[in-house]
Design a protein around this ligand. Structure first.
Ligand code: MG
Length: 277
């Protein structure tokens, strides 16, 4: 664990430079980056983005897909608006995923990450079958760009996600495991989910959260790492057991000075745990 690089989830908006400076000052050398909107993906802007990350000595390890119209306001809104699951936007978004894969290739990024949206438990449903087909198509597109696709956890139980991955049946499909999402969505106890998903977990978010009173209906609450219900010691020990060798990427989904302060505290917290394991 000690030798794994730390990472930071970075949204490249107006706060980009502040976040890169924070990464640099905390010896964070890798990042998961939310893809900028389409009009920011021109070749001159790609170069500018690369220059900024190179100057900060931060390697982009994953580009995350995000789409216009997505809302994380409530679990019900996520179901209606996020990822490829909602039918009305799924074809345009699949096309945009392919564009993002090409954008990632231009940045020399080898992994695409995304929330697929809620995968239905009913494997005979139309949505499940469509998601299978679209995920295969995207995996094959990424494969041609020499990339993997990592699905982020949380919106469904680990059993549903693993069954879906087996059904997609593509070698470049893997998981970005976010323990806090399991709690926020009420999708299951994170450490047993991690053990269950096993070797498919090829990237992680170090994020913490508290369970809602009615898990699965209401949002849990995201908090700074160490103050929530994720057992980070067990999280790291399980990753070690699984032979996990990728960055430990800190995610704190707030902005401004409090985000920076919380990232600093998270680095201290994670390093303390890493030093005693
Ligand atoms: Mg996450």
């Amino acid at each position: 664990m000690k030798d794994l690089p730390l990472g930071l989830f970075i949204i490249p908006d107006t706060g980009l430079e502040m976040r890169l400076n924070t990464a640099k000052s905390l010896n964070i050398t890798t990042a998961h980056v939310l893809t900028p909107p389409r009009n920011e993906r021109t070749s001159d802007k790609i170069q500018l983005l690369m220059d900024k990350f190179n100057e900060a000595n931060v390697e982009i390890t994953i580009l995350f897909c995000g789409f216009e119209g997505e809302s994380y306001a409530s679990i019900a809104e996520v179901e209606k608006t996020v990822g490829l699951a909602p039918e009305p936007t799924c074809h345009a978004r699949l096309q945009e995923c392919k564009e993002i894969s090409d954008f990632a290739r231009a940045l020399d990024v080898k992994i695409l990450g995304m929330h697929l949206g809620f995968i239905p438990e009913d494997t005979n449903s139309e949505t499940y079958r469509r998601l299978l087909k679209q995920t295969r198509e995207l995996c094959d597109y990424c494969h041609n760009n020499e990339q993997r696709l990592h699905l982020e956890t949380g919106q469904e139980k680990a059993e549903v996600l693993l069954g879906f991955i087996h059904d997609v049946d593509r070698v470049n499909l893997a998981i970005n495991f976010d323990p806090a999402n399991m709690i926020l969505y009420g999708a299951g106890e994170p450490i047993s989910a991690l053990r269950f998903l096993g070797h498919y977990v090829k990237s992680v978010h170090c994020k913490d959260a508290k369970w809602a009173d009615n898990p699965g209906q209401d949002w849990g609450t995201e908090v700074v790492a160490g103050q929530g219900d994720v057992n980070f010691e067990a999280f790291f020990m399980t990753l070690e057991e699984l032979g996990y060798r990728a960055p430990l990427t800190i995610e704190r989904e707030i902005s401004g000075d409090k985000q920076i302060k919380d990232i600093e505290n998270t680095v201290l917290f994670l390093n303390n745990i890493r030093n005693i394991l």
